[in-house]
Design a protein around this ligand. Sequence first.
Ligand code: PHE
Length: 346
Amino acid sequence: MDLMEQLEKIFSEAQEAVASTGSVAELEQAKARFLGKAGSLTELLKGLGKLSAQERPRAGAAINQAKSRVEALVQSRRDAIVARELDAKLAGEAIDVTLPGRRQGAGGLHPIARVQERVEKLFATMGFSVADGPEIENDFYNFTALRVFPNHPSRSMQDTFYVAGSELVLRTHTSPVQIRYMEAHEPPVRIICPGRVYRVDHDATHSPMFHQVEGLWVDEGISLADLKGTLAQFLRAFFERDDIAIRFRPSYFPFVEPGVEVDMAWPRNESTKPDSPREGGETRYLEIGGAGVVHPDVLRNVKIDPGKYSGFAFGIGLDRLAMLKYGVDDLRLFFENDLKFLGQFR
Ligand code: PHE
């Protein structure tokens, strides 16, 4: 094989080798096979010395030309590889500006918190301020000051969570706040006490923790009529309808005399809420809380003269109000923290 044939063969080997490389590193290896220290073209150059002075220039020129052709091959392959790698990198880091943005979810108030806020606002328009107290109470404020004596059966109506080895209980109602408030303030007293309360109870309409709003108005000449008027006005404003009727049923609570259960009715034949009190076209009454005229002994317990002052008190379930307002038929939904449920109230 003469030199020219040899160079053609090497060049076509180089073409094949270079074309099959996929990375710069592979390309360097391929290049070395031809142009490296022991590369085939380098070897040929080394052999020039054996040629005659006559042959040498032509052969040298031919080999050098082959060398530059291979170098050019390598260079263009290198450019191609680098361009491809850059394209891949850019594609990998590309931002698809047509994708919808990621939303920052806006939080919202829990439905019970919204109801509580609304209740506070509505009572404020009637001159009630908001009073607060501890959720871990002692026996005196939660029970005894309210005439729920240690062995009285009415304690079992509110069986609660006792803190072992102490006089402490998780409050069963917010009435203890009323006691604390009356201890610290002279009449007239006009407050509501919203907050969490605890009882050993658990089903679709009772949960071991729930929310109450209790109200208290103590002044000269306050009667059951004031109670009824206040509650009716509140409920009409809360549910935004004028045709809400309320009914008092005689009942017993140790801290009031007389005591009543407060029932609320929706008008006949009209309902949009699943839990609304319509059954076969008849009005159904729903119990929403208890109330009554504050027992004289409770006033005495907080050094208020029952000869001069009287008052009413009521306690309503905030969760019940929320169930009615939003048409929720299972109380437990409020406390499962399922965002699909809670998100509907924003
Ligand atoms: N404290 C009572 C309860 O939680 C409710 C109530 C308040 C009843 C005021 C009468 C008067 O059961």
